[in-house]
Design a protein. Structure first.
Length: 108
């Protein structure tokens, strides 16, 4: 069953450049991984705050778990500490994995 990883970020305007740079690095990596189906990025702009939602669709829960390991290994090789960056830039994140309930046809 398809699994959808949805991240919601609240990004201060001053953090936008670094945030979007790191987001693009991550998107470029995950698109090469087995089980990746698609990703999308949405934003809602408010005064001095940007709300970003990223959605990545994976073939299965197993594909997500394998991708997480590859991403963590890449972060270690790059010397990148995501929790530290989020804290330093005062970026808030809410991450959850969802199962697809309806296909485009409307069938469950």
């Amino acid at each position: 069953m398809k699994q959808i990883l949805i991240d919601r970020f609240v990004v201060p305007e001053a953090a936008l450049q670094e945030f979007t740079y790191r987001m693009q690095i991550n998107r470029n990596l995950i698109k090469t991984l087995p089980g990746f189906i698609e990703d999308r990025v949405y934003r809602c702009i408010e005064p001095n705050i940007l709300n970003y939602v990223t959605m990545t669709v994976w073939e299965s829960d197993e594909a997500i778990e394998k991708a997480k390991k590859v991403v963590q290994e890449a972060y270690q090789q790059q010397g990148f500490d995501m929790p530290a960056m989020l804290k330093r830039l005062d970026i808030k994140i809410d991450r959850k994995i969802y199962e697809q309930v309806y296909e485009e046809s409307g069938d469950i």
